[in-house]
Design a protein around this ligand. Structure first.
Ligand code: 5AD
Length: 358
């Protein structure tokens, strides 16, 4: 390994501050250097967020979407999707089943579906909060007043991925949407007191290492509490259906560098990673991740929530148990608390440096 690489990695692990060029260099690491990057991320993960792996139970309650993102199987132009909306009672039943399985966070995710008013969702959130768990919403762009109503109803966290921090690529991939408005939504969510998650897709056509470095700097500048980083998986019924998939190793390097630069963050080993590589979850957990988001969507709907091929594949009978076994196999433990944000309260939305919070 080159001395210069070793030094760069040590500085990243200590100061959590790098330039765009330095990030791009780490993202192109191979062989021994790549392994050293993963090891450094794993060490920073252990120091800052410990050995707990937090499990978040995901309920995909609607696959209707008003958007037309070029990469997503649920885009509104895809007429092949069997669309569904879960009734509030069905969502609550799925949440209760998740709580019975031991989940301490329930994530409510859907396409960008205005059919669910904030008033309706607020009632669902209030009911789930009575179960004593944390609630994360992942429902896309809404008015600030709606985000406020949902926060007042008890929602703790919100996931809204920037998908790509390159405004030009964002515009190409998201017809009819605005990059600036997405950032505006993220800023509202933070102002309203949500723990905020964002994140990107790795391997999108037209993406460069520089753009991926921008993604990581974006997450750092916004001091997000969580970041979801997954590989692009082409869906045949989308305009990007014939593009090559994202590279698993590059996705792991993006995850690892994100851990170095946002040491406090909750980072999932994503389902997309596990879809492209049968050991994807394990590799993610060894390269900086500390969260897994298993699926709790009722079987009748699960197959229709096909963001990318494989997403709706049947789950093995021992699925929930297998996730826990993986955590233990890696010498870690499943978090028993609510798994709230570990971001030091001193951090505003600025690039950071400084010692770990104990
Ligand atoms: N490949 C990988 N990830 C995708 N997503 C949507 N479509 C794809 C795809 N084809 C991701 C987006 C979205 C999340 C729910 O799924 O990042 O935010």
């Amino acid at each position: 390994m080159q001395d210069s690489f070793r030094c760069l990695l040590a500085r990243a692990a200590q100061t959590h501050c790098l330039t765009k060029e330095e990030i791009a260099l780490l993202l192109s690491a191979h062989g021994e250097e790549e392994q050293a990057l993963f090891a450094a991320a794993d060490t920073v993960r252990a120091q800052w967020v410990g050995d707990d792996v937090h499990l978040r139970g995901l309920i995909e309650f609607s696959n209707y979407c008003r958007n037309d993102c070029l990469y997503c199987g649920l885009r509104r132009s895809n007429r092949k999707v069997r669309r569904y909306r879960m009734e509030p009672e069905e969502i609550l039943a799925a949440a209760r089943a998740g709580v019975d399985l031991g989940y301490r966070t329930i994530v409510l995710q859907s396409g960008d579906d205005p059919w669910y008013t904030s008033a309706l969702l607020a009632r669902v959130v209030e009911e789930i909060k009575k179960l004593g768990v944390a609630v994360t919403l992942s429902i896309g762009e809404r008015k600030k007043s709606e985000y406020r109503d949902l926060k007042l109803a008890g929602a703790d966290r919100f996931l809204l991925k920037q998908e790509t921090a390159d405004p030009k690529l964002y515009a190409l991939l998201h017809p009819g949407q605005s990059y600036r408005h997405r950032i505006q939504c993220l800023e509202w969510l933070a102002e309203l007191g949500y723990q905020v998650g964002s994140g990107n897709i790795v391997g999108l056509p037209g993406q460069s290492l520089d753009i991926l470095a921008e993604d990581i700097l974006f997450l750092q500048a916004h001091a997000v509490d969580m970041a979801g980083i997954g590989p692009f998986i082409p869906h045949p019924d989308t305009p990007l259906g014939t593009c090559p998939p994202g590279d698993v190793a590059l996705t792991l390097r993006v995850l690892a560098v994100t851990r170095l630069l946002l040491p406090w963050a909750h980072l999932p080993a994503t389902t997309a990673l596990a879809t492209l590589d049968k050991d994807g979850r394990e590799k993610g957990l060894r390269a900086g991740a500390n969260v897994i988001m298993p699926d709790l969507t009722p079987l009748v709907y699960h197959a229709a929530y096909e963001i990318y091929p494989g997403k709706g594949a049947p789950l093995p009978a021992d699925y929930h148990q297998a996730v826990r076994q993986l955590v233990v196999k890696l010498g870690r433990q499943v978090g028993t608390g609510l798994g709230h944000s570990l971001k030091p309260s001193s951090l505003s939305a600025q690039p950071v440096s400084g010692p770990p919070a104990q």
